[in-house]
Design a protein around this ligand. Structure first.
Ligand SMILES: [Zn+2]
Ligand SMILES: [Zn+2]
Length: 876
């Protein structure tokens, strides 16, 4: 069994990544089995490139999925991508612009063709990257939100909701991006705090000479579209104005003074302008009072004909002109600085314009009620639990969902407008004639659906719905969703609503919300900060396993993850440590084989002594303990704990102690005895425990280690080690702990005294209890591991310069004559230093002024320090 000297992950990672797929290891069975575990991927945008946040998400998912697969569950991780309407359209538009082509010149069909071409060329970037990183998806079930099957599901859902009255067309105030020329959802508006102004404008009251009202606005150009001013009905300052009208400056239009609670008596003068076409609250007030809507800003952000002399101007240019004209006419009485939260398009950063337009909506209240209940009754559990509060808050205040987008890339709305009778026909299949007048003059609605509409159906549309497929029966509801908090509303909440409505059941049982990846200074990673980590670059450099381990170690629930170069370096060292242990193993276990039953193995006795070697009993007991902790940690999504437990066990128990003890044992006996077989078995079990966290390294070593026709084809489908009560061996643990204690004490003494580790020393071990016999039994191991030959004595050690004590032992090293003097000097110096420290603290504690001023806890700390110094001095 030859093994290369150096750990070089680049040599074998791509091989296993491809092999796993080719041999169908990750393919789920399409039939019911005793236990099923299923999970759908949060579909990355088809325009996407893998970033470190994906890598964290995928590492966490992969650990859980691989764990379930090794538990023997029928396990499905369903992968796929999202067509990402606006994001993809913008990418392709930008590409066309480089060629000097405008999408409108291509026409809708021509443009869609170009997007599909783009997708064919670049759309599988993220898949290739995921495959390379070993994510254990079932690629035979890969889906894309615009697949024919998923598109059929989208139509079916649309039609059913429409027939149920839960989809309607309505005039509504939407957030409009004048650059993207589309409505965008509240959630896609990025708010920025900016320094704006509040302009105070006077409107003369008709019929009352010299009587004015003053309104205050942050967007003065919208006054051109005012159709009323409002005062609070109880505002005593304006009782005389009830029923009157004002004259709108610049436009010279007579508009009513209405009584509405929209007007807040405490804000500015208590009078507000009402512009139903350009503000959501005004829109609603307009509905209450039957006010006309005068649109003065158009879809492109320019002033309309209704803006009179300002028609054709850009909205911000119009603002300057309006302010100027008001000033000239004496209607502008005050301008004050005013901080405001400016809504911008998340995609292109253009200030959003609230506009009234006709859009398609989903009535969400009835859907939300069931979705709230599903979480309240515990049918869906959020982890960490506090995310359910955020969820409730949003769901209780949910507004109808505007689902139409003025884009070309996406699911076209399955509604047709009749040119003859203006009927709207909503249908699953493209209708030939109008259902009302039989006209053939039908035109499909030009809009597409919000990209989140199709992703809301993802957990069941990907499994074949609306057909009652076997996959749907086996894998729905899915077991778990792992995702980021930023799409809790966009996606998670909507999947819950749609799943309950169309499947009659929740889409998943558990939702684990992961944190963000941050840099060493705990800064968010961003391109503008220049602190991003490219996952493919670092996996090339350190190996995928090392980067995964570095991420997982920090992945505690409810916290962000700090990823640093140092952490990746030390994770590579960890992988290297395992590699070296494997080298030792391969060199020393020739002829020995791994036991056939991987599941039930207990250490076997040495044929010569008929006893199980103590170190084997110990490591199997420790392995059992490690298995218990890691299984529990993965089950509870405590990925950091799983990673840290494995790290500690492998590095500080398996490599530091077990391998070293084994070296001593193997020197004593040759041949394929149980000692060798136990070593192999312990290592093999360790690899299986580690596999979900570090899949490549473990597969590479396991394939070399485990032979035989009956074994599973891959470690990925070998059984995951489970805790067994009978495998705990307290006696062995206690015994090896005593050896560790003595060796550690001797090593520390040597280090403290700055003695050469290679120099063989002599000393004595004193013990008052049973530890003495145990230690004496392992005198040989202790002598070799600590490089010291000890005399074993009962009782308490005499005072000596190089001495260390625990409850059970005193270890005393005899320093060679040549070094005694240096030792003595070192002790002297230490004593002097301690005496100085003690004197200084005593001075401080007798200083009345200091004592009266210093806080109690500071004084307490100083007192404790004094006690510590004094006890050290006593020892010396
Ligand atoms: Zn935009
Ligand atoms: Zn018709």
């Amino acid at each position: 069994m030859p093994i290369e000297k150096v750990y070089e992950p680049q040599r074998f990672e791509p091989h296993w990544a491809q092999w796993w797929i080719d041999s169908g290891i990750f393919r789920a069975a399409g039939r019911n089995s005793a236990r099923t575990f299923s999970l759908v991927i949060p579909p990355p945008n088809v325009t996407g490139m893998l970033h470190i946040g994906h890598m964290l998400e995928h590492a966490e998912i992969d650990v859980t999925v691989r764990w379930h697969r090794m538990l023997g569950d029928n396990t499905l991780w369903l992968p796929g991508t999202d067509h990402a309407g606006i994001a993809t359209q913008m990418v392709v538009e930008r590409k066309l612009a480089e060629e000097g082509i405008d999408r409108r010149a291509l026409g809708r069909e021509g443009f869609e063709k170009r997007v599909w071409e783009w997708k064919a060329q670049y759309g599988d970037t993220i898949k290739r990257q995921m495959v390379r990183l070993g994510t254990s998806c079932d690629w035979t079930r890969e889906r894309f939100t615009l697949d024919p099957g998923l598109s059929r599901a989208v139509r079916e859902v649309f039609v059913r909701l429409y027939e149920k009255g839960l989809i309607y067309r309505g005039e509504y105030m939407v957030n409009w991006c004048p650059r993207c020329l589309t409505a965008i959802s509240d959630l896609e508006v990025a708010h920025a705090d900016v320094q704006g102004h509040l302009w105070h404008i006077t409107y003369p009251v008709n019929g009352l000479k010299d009587r004015y009202v003053t309104v205050a606005t942050t967007r003065p150009e919208t006054m051109l579209g005012d159709t009323a001013v409002a005062v609070h009905p109880k505002d005593e300052r304006y009782l005389d104005l009830h029923g009157r009208t004002v004259q709108l400056p610049l436009m010279d239009r007579e508009i009513p003074i209405i009584l509405d609670e929209l007007a807040d008596p405490a804000f500015a003068t208590g009078v507000v302008k009402v512009t139903p076409a350009h503000d959501l609250n005004d829109f609603e007030a307009g509905r209450r009072h039957n006010l006309p809507k005068i649109q003065v800003i158009d879809e492109t952000g320019k002033m309309t004909a209704a803006a009179g002399p300002y028609a054709g101007l850009d909205r911000f240019e119009a603002r300057r002109m309006v302010v100027n004209d008001l000033k000239l006419r004496g209607n502008l009485v005050k301008i004050e600085d005013y901080p405001l939260s400016l809504g911008k398009c998340q995609r292109c950063k253009t200030p959003v314009e609230p506009l009234v337009s006709t859009q398609w909506f989903v009535k969400t209240k009835p859907l939300a009620e069931k979705a709230i209940e599903a979480v309240e009754t515990g049918r869906i559990e959020f982890i960490p639990a506090n995310w359910s509060k955020t969820y409730y808050e949003w769901m209780y205040n949910i507004r109808d969902w505007c689902i139409s987008r003025q884009l070309w890339w996406g699911h076209r709305i399955p509604a047709w407008h009749c040119r003859e009778c203006h009927e709207i026909v909503v249908a699953r299949e493209t209708p030939a004639v109008c259902s009302r007048c039989n006209s053939e003059e039908l035109e499909q609605d030009p809009d597409v659906l919000d990209t989140w509409f199709s992703s809301a159906l993802w957990p069941f549309s990907t499994l074949g719905w609306p057909d009652q497929t076997e996959d749907l029966a086996v894998f729905y509801p899915t077991s778990l969703l792992i995702t980021g908090f930023d799409i809790l509303f966009f996606w998670v909440a909507r999947m819950i609503m749609m799943g309950l409505e169309f499947m009659g059941d929740v889409p998943f049982r558990h939702v684990y919300i992961h944190g963000l990846v941050r840099d060493a200074e705990r800064q968010k990673m961003s391109k503008t900060r220049g602190n991003t980590i490219d996952p493919l670059e670092v996996t090339e450099k350190y190996g995928t396993d090392a980067v995964r381990m570095a991420l997982l170690q920090g992945a505690a629930p409810g916290t962000d993850i700090v990823l640093t170069e140092e952490r990746m370096v030390s994770s590579r060292d960890f992988a290297n440590k395992i590699w070296n242990a494997a080298r030792f193993l391969f060199l020393n276990t020739e002829g020995a084989t791994v036991p056939e039953s991987l599941e039930q193995f207990l250490p076997e006795p040495d044929p010569a002594s008929l006893k199980v070697p103590i170190e084997d009993r110990w490591i199997f007991s420790r392995l059992n303990n490690c298995a218990e902790k890691v299984n529990r940690a993965i089950q509870q999504y405590r990925y950091h704990e799983a990673a840290q437990t494995l790290w500690h066990f492998i590095w500080h128990e398996f490599c530091d102690w077990y391998v070293e003890l084994k070296k001593i044992r193997l020197r004593e006996s040759a041949g394929p005895d149980a000692g060798r077989r136990n070593l192999l078995a312990a290592f093999e079990t360790t690899l299986r425990l580690l596999h979900p966290a570090m899949p490549f390294l473990t597969e590479e070593l396991w394939q070399r280690l485990v032979k035989g026709a009956d074994r599973p084809a891959s470690i990925a489908i070998a059984p995951y080690p489970q805790y067994r009560r009978e495998a705990t061996d307290f006696e062995a643990e206690h015994e090896v702990e005593r050896v560790q204690e003595v060796v550690t004490m001797a090593r520390m003494l040597r280090a403290e005294s700055r003695l050469d580790p290679k120099q063989q020393l002599e000393g004595s071990l004193y013990s008052r209890g049973a530890g003495l016999e145990i230690a004496r039994r392992h005198a040989d191991a202790i002598a070799r591991l600590a490089n010291v030959s000890l005399e074993y004595r009962h009782g308490v050690a005499p005072k000596a310069p190089v001495l260390r004590s625990t409850a059970e032992f005193d270890v005393l090293l005899h320093v060679p004559k040549s070094q005694e003097e240096a030792q003595q000097k070192r002790v002297e110096k230490e004593r002097e230093q301690l005496e100085k420290n003690i004197a200084s603290i005593k001075r401080q504690l007798s200083d009345e002024v200091f004592l009266s001023k210093a806080p109690a806890h500071v004084v307490e700390t100083i007192r404790r320090k004094l006690a510590e110094y004094e006890s050290q001095l006593a020892k010396i």
